[in-house]
Design a protein around this ligand. Structure first.
Ligand code: FAD
Ligand code: NAI
Length: 464
């Protein structure tokens, strides 16, 4: 240690980096974390998970109150108004409390925050904020940024990325969302609820790529019912901004007649790409793959001994909880323990209404691997969903035909994001559908739909 400044230097203080730094410090390693943002917490806390969920939550309240959704329960409102500045202020308060919280955790655990942009000088030395820092282990956790769309300039005013879409100063009359993925649907939902007309342009013939086929179809149906206009198999060929308005040129993905639609906000949400610009990876002897990601092995080690990488900058789903788990595991590996992440059991949640959640294999993926059994249960037959007058969606469980082991669980429901945790635990412990079916679930709860879907795998649900 004598000639090293730190045992561990983490680059990036997002959910991957800050968690890795805290765990490394907890394990007795002298740790620093370089972060160029003004606040800790990365994309997730500053311009991702947290502010988006704050707006999703608040906009749902507004829609319920304003749209008359509670009238059926005998609750009516009059004179409901929207104070968007206040909604943004409350969101910023939540973000501020959480980012400050990470600062507190760094202090508590004695993680030194090196403020500034880090770049490699050699395989064990990094320059950050005008300081040269030598570390025995370096963890790259630099995250990701929005993928630009050729021919479309993001000005964060009229043509926005998710960051701009989280801070629009007024509700657009018409928002065009380019990309029917997670960001497009979550933030499209926010502005739709607050009063905008929203048109989603998706290149593929279905929204939410990567999700179970049946879930994608059901989600598309429900979003259309809510009034989101879906233009599938459609591509954007250009956006021209003039006088605060955008003219968006679209045409069929397979080619054909072009059409121009006018909008006063355009959200570009066609995916995210790893952040490695300015890191001078070559100084450390590192390269990126064709997708711009840093390749790692099962232990999160790169090809250069002493350099590790986690989170959005490495292959795998770009999710905060995946980054966090990798943060814990990489620190444990650096400390000589055995840090493992089971990448087969990473839940994913889209926080729309209803929520869409999944863990494990889709039906399409599972079928490719062998014989399966599928059990489904609709929330229309779940007593609690009925009570709440909130019956959209279903639970789908996919199990191996021979062993009955659960391979995948997919849920559309207002509470899907919470319910999926049960499925993840079951899969982590290698449960069969029978294990779930014979586990007592409290009544009346939405969770009973998981039990019934498991019973349906055996062909014997009770309430259907
Ligand atoms: P990041 O959070 O991106 O953090 C990387 C940090 O590194 C950044 O703060 C950056 O400033 C810093 N950095 C980069 N380069 C350098 C450098 N050279 N020197 C110093 N610092 C550097 N995921 C979920 O699981 N749930 C959600 O609900 C969710 N919602 C999202 C909503 C939106 C709008 C967006 C955009 C993303 C959302 N995500 C969500 C994805 C989630 O934010 C990412 O998967 C997660 O933040 C990745 O964590 P990370 O630590 O790898 O990187
Ligand atoms: P995404 O990959 O989820 O969706 C992008 C969509 O854009 C896809 O459907 C794709 O087919 C489409 N597309 C690509 N190019 C296009 C084009 N030229 N024209 C029209 N459509 C096009 O990416 P998104 O929504 O930008 O989100 C990025 C990542 O952020 C996600 O992969 C996810 O990991 C993470 N995220 C997670 C959230 C969560 O967990 N709730 C919330 C928000 C983001």
């Amino acid at each position: 240690m004598a000639d090293y400044d730190f045992d561990v230097l983490v680059i990036g203080a997002g959910p991957g980096g800050y968690v890795a730094a805290i765990r490394a410090a907890q394990l007795g390693l002298k740790t620093a974390c370089a972060e160029s943002r003004e606040t800790l917490g990365g994309t997730c806390l500053n311009v991702g998970c947290i502010p988006s969920k704050a707006l999703l939550h608040a906009s749902e309240y507004y829609e319920e109150a304003h749209g008359g959704g509670l009238t059926k329960f005998g609750i009516t409102f009059s004179g409901v108004t929207l104070d968007l500045d206040q909604m943004h202020a409350e969101k910023s308060k939540a973000v501020g409390e959480l980012t400050k919280g990470i600062e507190g955790l760094f202090k508590k655990n004695k993680v030194e925050w090196l403020k500034g942009r880090a770049s490699f000088v050699s395989k064990d030395t990094v320059e950050v904020g005008g300081r040269s820092v030598r570390a025995k282990n370096i963890v790259i956790a630099t995250g990701s940024s929005v993928t630009p769309l050729p021919g479309v300039t993001i000005d964060e005013k009229v043509v926005v990325s998710s960051t701009g879409a989280l801070a629009l100063p007024k509700v657009p009359e018409h928002m065009v969302v380019i990309g029917g993925g997670v960001i497009g649907l979550e933030l499209g939902s926010v502005w739709k609820r607050l009063g905008a007309k929203v048109t989603v342009i998706e290149f593929l013939d279905q929204i939410l790529p990567g999700m179970d086929g049946e879930i994608r179809k059901e989600a598309n149906k429900l979003f259309k019912k809510q009034g989101l206009e879906m233009k599938l198999s459609t591509k954007v060929t250009g956006v021209v901004v003039k006088g605060g308005k955008a003219s968006v040129t679209i045409e069929p993905a397979a080619g054909g007649a072009a059409e121009v639609i006018e909008a006063d906000a355009v959200l570009v949400a066609i995916g995210r790409r790893p952040n490695t610009d300015g890191l001078a990876l070559e100084q450390a002897g590192l390269t990126t793959n064709s997708r711009g990601q840093i390749e790692i092995d099962h232990d999160f080690a790169t090809v250069v001994p002493g350099i590790w990488a986690i989170g959005d900058v490495v292959p795998g789903p770009m999710l905060a909880h995946k980054a966090e788990d990798e943060g814990v595991a990489v620190a444990e590996n650096i400390a000589g323990l055995t840090g493992i992440v089971n990448h087969d059991v990473i839940p994913a949640v889209v926080y729309t209404h209803p929520e869409i959640a999944s863990v494990g294999l889709t039906e399409e993926q599972a079928k490719e691997r062998g014989e399966i059994k599928v059990g489904k249960f609709p929330f229309l037959a779940n007593s609690r969903a009925k009570t709440n007058r909130d019956t959209d969606g279903f639970v789908k469980i996919i199990a191996d035909a021979k062993s009955d082991r659960v391979l995948g669980v997919h849920i559309i429901s207002s509470l899907a994001g919470t319910l999926i945790a049960e499925a993840a635990i079951a899969m982590e412990f290698g449960a069969t559908s029978e294990d779930i079916a014979y586990t007592c679930h409290a009544h009346p709860t939405h969770a009973e739909a998981i039990k019934e879907a498991a019973m349906a795998v055996q062909g014997k649900p009770i309430h259907m």
